[in-house]
Design a protein around this ligand. Structure first.
Ligand code: SF4
Ligand code: SF4
Length: 460
């Protein structure tokens, strides 16, 4: 199985090689060569940051189409709680859930309801394994992917529980089979997602072998369709919502931690801040924490790249929406459907050493020394003209054999200058001495060949 499947991709025809994106990738996965960006799949964690920063919309997120509802006999929508925060003046979640039925789904199951079950399971797990704390949340697939490639020592700290969306899918499928008597393959479980990393999770999950979710739709695609079907006439609404403050709160940074009912937690949002927290965790800078919640997007899932609302406005709307709700409305002893649920991961996340330089520690150490040396020789401007985000990244590419020193525009100018001077002095000395031997002419020809080849390469 390909371990590095991605939902963030490049539309090469739209890319003009402007290098805006290379500076924003938290794992330095993007290079621009020959006027086009290229994502290194092993380094990409599907954070979606490049989607936001490409002014030419050349980075795209791949997700499923609403029309795919027709491919199944029976469909269930799993709305992420961040979906509710996209609408103005929404005071009743049932308005959104009923609109999902009117747009074509046969049933709905809220991810926020499953989140309340996962909060309960997390409280129990952390209590039973207190000696191994702090645990790191595994709800954001980008964070799990980041730890998998960059923070191997933190892998044992990952909370080994399924994310709410997976638990919601399991319950929804079981209920649909019981209700309709259909075969599992005739039932379509559709997650309505705020971010591309959850699309990647479904195609290539970590912690479990296979996801129960069949299709992932983007909130931004479903949003305008729902607007057409929403009614504020409460007499026409079926009572469907089963979420309280804890479940809806999972859409915001700090919401998952709030569901643990403890003060010993750290909640952080934004991928660059998450990187810093993970480094500090690795250095054991925090003491006494039970839980670390990291969200790749600013504001949490409300800030996902597939949403339509500003994350800060969405956060305010979320707080307004759940203010008058009970703390939780879904509990593990509410229904037989929840009793047999297995929340724990069935497989463990393995370290992927994609950033390791050499085949052995010794080789990596030697390569590191060469990179440091080479970085010193580069101008240190981090201008990006070479297509790498920093001079150090170019040095690393050179040592890995993926670039040459002449990719640096300054090193290139210096090289061309030296070569031009050599040609000039050689021509002059040949003229003065009258030496037209074949060796001298070969040397001159060699210099001219080098000069034209390098200039040709740059032009391309
Ligand atoms: S930001 Fe990156 S992907 Fe977008 S056009 Fe510029 S180089 Fe291409
Ligand atoms: S999705 Fe994130 S990690 Fe992947 S290339 Fe874009 S910015 Fe880099």
């Amino acid at each position: 199985m390909n371990k590095f499947i991605h939902s963030v991709q490049l539309d090469e025809s739209a890319c003009i090689g402007c290098i805006n994106c290379i500076k924003y990738c938290p794992t330095q996965a993007i290079r621009v060569h020959n006027g086009k960006a290229k994502i290194t799949p092993q380094f990409c964690i599907d954070c979606g940051r490049c989607l936001r920063y490409c002014p030419h919309h050349a980075k795209t997120a791949v997700y499923d189409s609403v029309d795919e509802i027709q491919e199944f006999t029976y469909t269930v929508a799993l709305p992420a709680p961040s979906l509710y925060t996209q609408f103005n003046n929404l005071n009743n979640i049932d308005i959104v859930l009923n609109a999902l039925l009117l747009m074509g789904f046969d049933d709905v199951f809220e991810v926020s309801a499953a989140a309340e079950l996962v909060s309960e399971a997390s409280r129990t797990y952390i209590q039973e394994h207190e000696a191994d704390a702090p645990f790191i949340s595994t709800a954001c697939p980008t964070i799990v992917r980041l730890i998998r490639v960059k923070f191997p020592t933190l892998i044992p700290r990952l909370l080994p529980l399924k994310p709410p969306v997976e638990v919601a899918a399991e319950i929804a499928r079981k209920r649909a089979i019981e209700k309709t008597g259909l075969k599992s393959e005739d039932i379509g479980i559709f997650f309505i997602s705020p971010c591309p990393s959850k699309v990647t999770y479904v195609k290539s999950p970590l912690g479990i072998e296979k996801s129960e979710i069949d299709k992932v739709l983007a909130i931004k695609e479903v949003y305008p369709i729902l607007l057409k079907h929403m009614t504020h006439d409460e007499s026409k609404l079926k009572p469907l919502s089963m979420s309280g403050r804890i479940g809806i709160g999972w859409s915001n940074a700090g919401g998952e931690s709030a569901g643990l009912i403890t003060d010993n937690y750290l909640a952080c949002d934004g991928i660059m801040s998450a990187l810093r927290v993970l480094s500090d965790l690795e250095d054991e800078k925090f003491h006494g924490l039970k839980f670390v919640e990291l969200n790749a997007c600013n504001g949490g899932c409300v800030g996902g790249p597939l949403t339509v609302e500003n994350p800060y406005v969405a956060t305010a709307k979320s707080k307004q929406l759940h203010r008058d709700l009970p703390v939780a409305r879904t509990h593990s002893d509410d229904s037989d459907d929840y009793k047999d649920l297995d929340y724990q991961w069935s497989s463990y996340v393995e370290y992927e050493p994609v950033f390791r330089l050499g085949k052995s520690f010794r080789e990596s150490f030697e390569m590191m020394g060469l990179i440091e040396e080479l970085t010193e020789q580069l101008p240190g401007l981090d201008c990006g003209s070479c297509g790498a985000p920093t001079c150090r990244a170019l040095a690393e590419d050179i040592i890995r054999g993926d670039a040459t020193k002449n990719d640096c525009i300054y090193a290139f100018h210096e090289y061309i200058n030296t070569l031009s001077k050599d040609i000039f002095f050689l021509t002059q000395s040949l003229q003065l001495s009258g030496n037209h031997s074949s060796e001298s002419m070969d040397l001159l020809e060699d210099y001219i060949y080098k000069l034209t080849t390098e200039l040709d390469k740059k032009e391309r």
